[in-house]
Write a protein that binds this ligand. Structure first.
Ligand SMILES: Cc1cc2nc3c(=O)[nH]c(=O)nc-3n(C[C@H](O)[C@H](O)[C@H](O)COP(=O)(O)OP(=O)(O)OC[C@H]3O[C@@H](n4cnc5c(N)ncnc54)[C@H](O)[C@@H]3O)c2cc1C
Length: 321
């Protein structure tokens, strides 16, 4: 079935749409056909301006959901459009907590299949998807064989967001309909994780530390180097599991995917589950005392040495600049 209309679930934030939403809008543009966004929140006009800039012609507005989680309303609204015959040929959804909630609910409500963990999309008569398996060692391709619109759940950083320079999308109301008892949960409070410097998954420089740091207190070297480089501190799962740093800092398969201009891996061995989250970085520098460490296979520059000597020396040099 040819893809002539794609809907992208575009998640709003106070500052506009999430980066992953912009990545998906950009990817949708390259697949041919019309690109439209589905969004919600108090500021539809702001979202429509951003969605239009990234290629959407229409923004289907589910409305201000106040303190409700978006899953039930957004899935219900899309399901309503599909039932009325006004839906798209494909629905792209970001891999996020809300995105996965929307995808699961939509799949169950409409009896439609879902493809998840997608990192690549190839257009054509039907969309072909790419999924990393075995920690990114292999890529599996898939496509839907049925007739209904496919639901595609796509990982962050799979595409580069690029503005199309388009005008604001036209805003059209997408009715939610009766959700019965499914919309009972209310958000009663929000906690914003404290952070200094840029967000890990948006920072141009990421400095990550691993078990080679030896002890939790040595992570301050990672934070200091990240600060000197205007970057964000990251971590391997080993030191997150050890309780040295919060999960929000974790890079990898079960953490964040990052694609900075510069990624410094310090005392990290380079397990496939770590590398799948950082090997798309433009430049990779690894510091490890083991010359055989797998991280060196993806590094552009490798320093065989002790992090306790190399990191203080680097910090000192940067401070002296
Ligand atoms: C399902 C699953 C999901 C996972 N998801 C993730 C994930 O999202 N992210 C992730 O990171 N991991 C993940 N892991 C864990 C992963 O397999 C590794 O165990 C982990 O990445 C190892 O962390 P590390 O490199 O810090 O530690 P280690 O593998 O122990 O490596 C430490 C490195 O430090 C070096 N070193 C030691 N001392 C020094 C020193 N003084 N100076 C310099 N170098 C030194 C050593 O040579 C070694 O290479 C996952 C595992 C599974 C099974």
């Amino acid at each position: 079935m040819a893809i002539s209309k794609i809907w992208v679930v575009a998640e709003p934030t106070e500052a506009g749409l999430t980066n992953t939403s912009l990545e998906l809008l950009t990817a949708a543009r390259s697949l041919g056909g019309t690109v439209e966004a589905v969004s919600w929140g108090a500021n539809a006009a702001q979202s429509a301006a951003v969605a239009g800039e990234y290629g959407a012609t229409t923004l289907h507005d589910v409305g201000d959901l106040a303190n409700a989680l978006p899953g039930a309303s957004v899935a219900g609204a899309i399901a309503g459009a599909l039932a009325a015959g006004n839906g798209p040929d494909a629905i792209l959804i970001p891999t996020s907590y809300d995105g996965r909630d929307i995808a699961g609910r939509l799949s169950a409500k409409c009896d439609l299949p879902v493809l998840t963990n997608i990192t690549g999309l190839v257009g054509g008569d039907s969309l072909t998807t790419q999924h990393p398996v075995f920690g990114g060692e292999k890529i599996v391709s898939a496509h839907f064989t049925g007739s209904g619109p496919g639901i595609f759940v796509i990982r962050a950083k799979s595409f580069n967001p690029e503005s199309s320079g388009g005008a604001a999308a036209a805003v059209s109301t997408l009715a939610v309909g009766d959700l019965g008892g499914t919309n009972g949960a209310t958000v009663v409070s929000r906690h914003v994780e404290e952070r200094v410097g840029p967000k890990l998954d948006e920072a141009p420089v990421v400095v990550s530390g691993g078990r080679g740091l030896g002890e939790a207190s040595a992570y301050s070297l990672i934070e200091e180097l990240a600060k000197q480089l205007n970057g964000a501190p990251g971590a391997s799962r080993a030191i997150v599991d050890a309780g040295w740093v919060p999960y929000a800092n974790q890079v990898g398969q079960t953490g964040k995917t990052v694609k900075p201009d510069l990624y410094l891996a310090c005392g990290i061995s380079g397990a496939t589950q770590h590398m799948v989250g950082m090997k798309g970085s433009k430049n990779i520098v690894a510091i490890n005392k083991d010359p055989e460490a797998p991280i060196f296979t993806v590094a552009d520059l490798g320093i065989v040495g002790d992090v306790h000597k190399v990191l203080p020396a680097l910090i000192e040099l940067l401070k002296a600049r």
